[in-house]
Design a protein around this ligand. Structure first.
Ligand SMILES: Nc1nc2c([nH]c(=O)n2[C@@H]2O[C@H](COP(=O)(O)OP(=O)(O)OP(=O)(O)O)[C@@H](O)[C@H]2O)c(=O)[nH]1
Length: 131
């Protein structure tokens, strides 16, 4: 099982979503940015590292949501989402093709990596319950 940590980064009532590039696995699908947990690494530490490497942003993980287990044809992943807040930096894409600051009401209309669909739904439920 590959553990992947992803950031649901909130700013100004929007959420950052990123599109995987042609060269990545699951090309051109949308995801919450993040990456694989390295041996000995804490989840929050992994997330901060990945978001810095991929986007040049500093973020603060604030709430862990329900992980999602998904079986791709060639691998099983556990996708572990964290709601995060923005700290500093200007987005520079080093791996992704594109990014958007999505309105929550538009989140379910993206062409997501499959495991991200239940993550997006759980996020919307969590926010609905909080307001
Ligand atoms: N980062 C990220 N990966 C996801 C998400 N959803 C999802 O299915 N994945 C899958 O999880 C795996 C994570 O790989 P990655 O390429 O993003 O991670 P990484 O940067 O650490 O990988 P690498 O160092 O091997 O290139 C990919 O197969 C990716 O398609 C998501 O929301 N965020």
């Amino acid at each position: 099982m590959i553990k992947v940590v992803c950031a649901i980064l909130e700013q100004f009532d929007r959420v950052l979503v990123t599109q995987r590039s042609e060269r990545m696995q699951e090309p051109l699908l949308w995801e919450f940015p993040g990456g694989k947990l390295e041996p000995g690494e804490e989840e929050e530490e992994c997330l901060a590292r990945e978001i810095w490497e991929e986007l040049s942003l500093r973020i603060q993980p604030i709430l862990r949501l329900q992980p999602v287990i998904y079986a791709f044809p060639d691998k099983d992943i556990e996708l572990i989402p964290y709601i995060c807040t923005y700290q500093s930096g200007v987005i520079q894409l080093s791996e992704h093709k594109a990014y958007q600051w999505a309105h929550p009401q538009d989140l379910l209309s993206y062409s997501w990596c499959p495991p991200d669909i239940p993550v997006a739904k759980d996020y919307l439920r969590t926010k609905g319950a909080a307001s």
